[in-house]
Design a protein around this ligand. Structure first.
Ligand code: MG
Ligand code: MG
Length: 255
């Protein structure tokens, strides 16, 4: 069931989303060559504590997961697409890092992700990250009353495929609210004009995931969480929590 949020609830979700934006900005500023993923997790955790917010990631255990998630960020490096567990791994020059983060404040969840490059970037990685952001922007632009879920999916998928990148099937966006994952699913590829009509008060996480090598295959790492590209190429991920309103899409996790 898709829950429509009141305008007051959307304002409260914006407050949760601002904690997410602040944490992602802090993580990005702290990231650099030699910094460990666990150190980045601690940076985000401190933002949660300062805001009096909770983590919807810590202890999360969806059906596919062998263990509860042990951290407040997902840190997915290079060929890791999403769901990377922060470790003592220290970032190296040229690493492509995707950070996914959520915060729960006042009973509402915000969910957002960024990808960036540490140190000297490869041109191919810059293009991949920029395309992820462009796909996200296209998805948000399509998140308007009168459109359908398929229009968002089509907008995201067209940018990804148009640039020659792969899209991992089976993972994508979702409704957000009191819980991190609510209905409806928001796929990263689809047919325009199909699916659920978008209405004022729907809040969606839109989150393109791109595989640089252009193939779609992925597999879980031995930790059971991290999804890696089958072709060994690098991946990028971008995400915002967006409210659909009569006056247009409102990015609740804006940074
Ligand atoms: Mg997320
Ligand atoms: Mg999400």
């Amino acid at each position: 069931m898709v829950e429509l949020k009141t305008d007051t609830s959307i304002d409260e979700m914006y407050a949760a989303g601002q904690v997410v934006g602040k944490a992602l900005t802090a993580v990005r500023e702290a990231a650099g060559v030699g910094v460990s993923l666990l150190e980045l997790d601690e940076v985000a955790h401190q933002v949660l504590r300062d805001a009096g917010a909770k983590s919807p990631f810590l202890g999360y255990r969806p059906s596919f997961a062998p263990t509860p998630f042990p951290a407040v960020i997902c840190a997915s490096v290079n060929e890791a697409i999403v769901h990377g567990i922060p470790t003592k791994h220290r970032l190296r020059d040229g690493d492509l890092v995707s950070i996914d983060f959520g915060a729960e404040l006042g009973g509402w969840v915000g969910d957002s992700a960024i990808s960036f490059i540490v140190g000297r970037p490869r041109a191919a990685d810059v293009r991949l990250v920029e395309t992820a952001e462009r796909a996200l922007a296209a998805g948000i632009e399509a998140a308007v009353v009168g459109n359908r879920i398929g229009d968002i999916a089509h907008a995201v998928g067209t940018v990804c495929r148009g640039a020659g990148y792969g899209i991992p099937d089976g993972f994508g966006g979702h409704g957000v609210g009191r819980r991190m994952h609510e209905d409806p699913p928001v796929p990263n590829e689809g047919r325009p004009g199909r699916g659920l009509p978008l209405r004022h008060g729907m809040v969606l996480a839109i989150e393109p995931m791109l595989i640089g090598g252009g193939t779609d295959g992925y597999h879980a790492a031995p930790d059971g969480w991290t999804l890696r590209t089958d072709d060994g190429s690098r991946a990028a991920h971008a995400e915002h929590t967006v409210a659909i309103t009569d006056s247009g899409p409102r990015i609740l996790t804006a940074r």
